[in-house]
Each structure stands twice: as C-alpha cells, then as structure tokens.
Design a protein around this ligand. Sequence first.
Ligand code: PSV
Ligand code: MN
Length: 430
Amino acid sequence: MAFELDSEHIADENHKGIEALQEDYEHLGRQLARRSIDIEKLTVRAMAFRVAIPSWGVGTGGTRFARFPGPGEPRNIFEKLEDCEVVFTLVRSTPGISLHLPWDRPDSVAELCRFAERRGLSFDSTNSNTFQDQPDQKLSYKFGSLAHTDAAVRRQAIEHNVECLEIGAKLGVRAHTVWIGDGSNFPGQIHLRESLSRYLDSLRAIYRELPGDCRLFIEHKLYEPAFYATVLESWGTSYYCASELGDRAFSLVDLGHHAPCTNIEQIVARLIQFGKLGGFHFNDSMYGDDDLDAGSIKPFQLFLVFNELVDAELEGVPGFDPAYMLDQSHNVTDPIESLMTSAIEVVRAYIQAHLVDRARLADARAANDPVIALNSLKDAFNTDVRPILAMARHRSGGAIDPVAVYRSSGYRQRVARARPASARLGAGII
Ligand code: PSV
Ligand code: MN
C-alpha cells in the first residue's frame, strides 16, 4: 500500500500537459473530420482496448551471458502485482495479468485474488513452465517435457499443466497457454515425427481436463532453447495440433517466435480464416530474439498485424476473440517503463488500424491498383494518433505522459529501499 502512486501527483502532472494535449487533440480531430472520421469514436475504442501484462515481465531479464539486476526488483507475486498496478494506474489498458507457474504459484489463491482485486487487477491467463527444472522436481526436463521419450517425464509435465488449469479456474482465467522448450540441438537427436506425436498425445491429456470456460493456447517457436529442431516450430504445426485437439484449442502467436522477414500478418490472417487464432504475445525483435519492447523495431509490422485483426473485427468474423498479452524480457530498461511503452504501442497500432479507409482499399484491390492500396494503409500508419491515446488515458484517470509521471513519482527509488536485492530472483526471464 505504501508504494501506490499518489493520485494527486498524477493530477498535478496531467495539469501541466492538458492544455497542449487539448490543442493537439482538437487539431487532429479537425484533420480526421476531413477524412470523415470521428475522433471521439476512436478515443472510446482506445479507452476500451485491453492488453494483459505478463507477471514475469516486471522482473529484470537477462541473456545467456549475464543478468544485471535492477533496483527494487519484485521478489514474489505480490510485489509483481504492485508493479503491475503502477503500469495499470498510468496507462489504464492493462488490468489483466498473465501468470506464469510455478514461478508465481500462490500459497493461497483466494488471498492472491483479493490482493489483485483491491488493485483493480484480474487474471487473464495462466502459462505453464516445463522448460526449466524446479528445485523440488523429481524428473528433469533437460531432454524435453510433453514430448519427452520417457512416459514418466511426460506424465509429470501433464500433471503440472493440469495443476495450472486448477489454479486458473480459481483465478477465473479465460485461457491457459502452453509453450514447451522441447526439441533437439543436433540432427538425428530426436525422431521428428514421433516427438510431435508424443507432444500431441500429452496435449490431449491436458485438453481433457480443460475447465468449460477456458481455452487452451499453444505457442509455437522456431528455435531456442533447441537450436536444430523445435517440436512445435511453426504456425502450420500449431494449427494442425489445435485442430486435432478440438474447438477450445487455439494457436497463440508470439511476434518474436519467427524467422527474420517472416510475414507475420499473413500468418495472423490465415489463423483467423481457419478459426484458430487464440491470442498474441506482443514484443519485438531485430534478429532471433523475442525480448524487445513492442513496436520498437518494426512498428509498421505491428500496424499490419492489427490491420488484419481490425479487418476481422469490423467484418464480424464468427468466433473471432483473440486475447492480447505482452511477453518481453527487459534487460537494460526499467521493466515498468518498458511495459507501459509497449502497452501504448499496441493501442497505437490498434487505433491506426481503425483509420484505414477500407472502402478505398477494397476499390484499389478490385482495380488492381497497388499504389492506392498501399497508400490506404500508409495514410493510416502515418497518422500521429498520440493525442488520441493520451486523451484516452487522461479520461480514464491515467497519465498523459506515463513515463514522465512514473519517473517523477519516485516509485522505483521507494521500492528499491523496501525490496533489498536477493541472490535468487525468479522475477524475470534468465
Ligand atoms: C518463450 O520464449 C516465451 O515466449 C513463452 O511464452 C514463455 O512462457 C515466455 O517466453 C517466458 O519464458
Ligand atoms: Mn511468448
């Protein structure tokens, strides 16, 4: 409680920026009106948009070479939620939490729910972890988990996922996400077809235990930790597995889990078309990582992904209901600042996608006019929608300039004093 952001401080900071924002907002409103777009409708959409925060994202991550801990890192799930609350208070679009187990296994689920509720937070999804060994674990995941050659290891990994489902049901989550590190580092190390069959059989056992209102998301990744062949390596294999499992199994797209230059927006379109798009882990990457802040490297790609999503939303594609989550690792930034920045970027792409003149785009396509088709997208992408995002935050009680308010609040300095560094922190991705 002692660390909460002071609402007076937010109001004082907003007071400094409101006049300029009002001016920019009115100016943009006039520009958009010339394009027959009502700025108020977009602001309402921005206020309603939601993207979940990963509980692991508030910790400092590392690379395989080193981890440089930051001051005041959260040491347990309650402290993680305190940091998530700061993000939510300032940007307002992030009340949902995506929980990683067993990293964040609560002693009392009821107590965790009460703690979250008091802060206006709720639990969006659970994520299992069979890519690491835990201190008290009987069998090792060194050579895999759900696709392991040993049935006993597979059973242990299934049981962990079933426990996640049980905890998730009490937390009221809407989805459970399974990402496995299974794969091989060398040609010949695993039987490519048999390992996928074992994985699918294990998933079937998990799927059978899925509570009625919960969806199962499976997350593919091209490589890492396996360097030669990952068992669930691509959206195609993911689609196949989700289809085999049943109506409540879907593919989750983590933007960082593809080869460089992959046309991710097309993958998104395919999964929408086949009724199997479950959700997203937003982040960005330059090469093969999945760690950078959303929109920091390829903002146009993020926009193009949202262009597909908004197209499906406006068309009313049956069953279209993707879950949006961030998933990034913060090695050199303050995690709270990175999460706020990413959440804003995601809303930015969503609102820009709503600016696309879809009738003009359809006409250009029908006339085989690539220049006008591209311009329809570029006109939307090149519109600076920041006044809409800032106004949406302000009207929702958040900050006009979240990073500035956060920095001047002294929150990090306060938690640094209250949370002495511990040698074994499980807060971030190592
Ligand atoms: C794997 O890289 C991943 O994207 C999965 O979503 C994990 O659950 C998460 O990162 C944390 O390691
Ligand atoms: Mn992910």
